[in-house]
Design a binder for this molecule. Structure first.
Ligand SMILES: [Zn+2]
Length: 111
């Protein structure tokens, strides 16, 4: 599945707040600042899809291994896409430090 979608590695980050047994997830940081020509911009919400999914689903949309770091750069991809209806979009994220992702990404970027 990781090979079938287009991963965006563009500097989105999430902030994790780890306190003992709980991990609170803060809204992601969008490097594009919700600009309309950014790949993460969604017409239906007039903003960043990555932020939206992190806000709504938290780490449920993460498919990788999350290291216990407070600031985590993530790659993101849309598995299902719809330009107008955010409810029809399925987006997932993966930490760029995930070992599986690192292997795959170094392979595709060396082509
Ligand atoms: Zn964004």
């Amino acid at each position: 599945m990781i090979n079938e979608v287009e991963w965006h590695v563009d500097g989105h980050r999430i902030l994790l707040n780890i306190n003992k047994t709980n991990i609170d997830i803060a809204p992601s940081i969008c490097p594009h600042g919700n600009s309309e020509d950014a790949p993460c911009y969604h017409e239906g919400i007039s903003g960043c899809m990555v932020n939206y999914f992190i806000n709504v689903f938290g780490l449920e949309c993460n498919i990788g291994t999350v290291p216990a770091e407070s600031s985590l750069e993530i790659a993101w991809a849309t598995v299902e896409d719809n330009k107008w209806e955010i409810d029809l979009v399925d987006l997932c994220v993966i930490p760029v430090t995930d070992p599986y992702f690192v292997d795959w990404f170094s392979e595709v970027s060396s082509d």
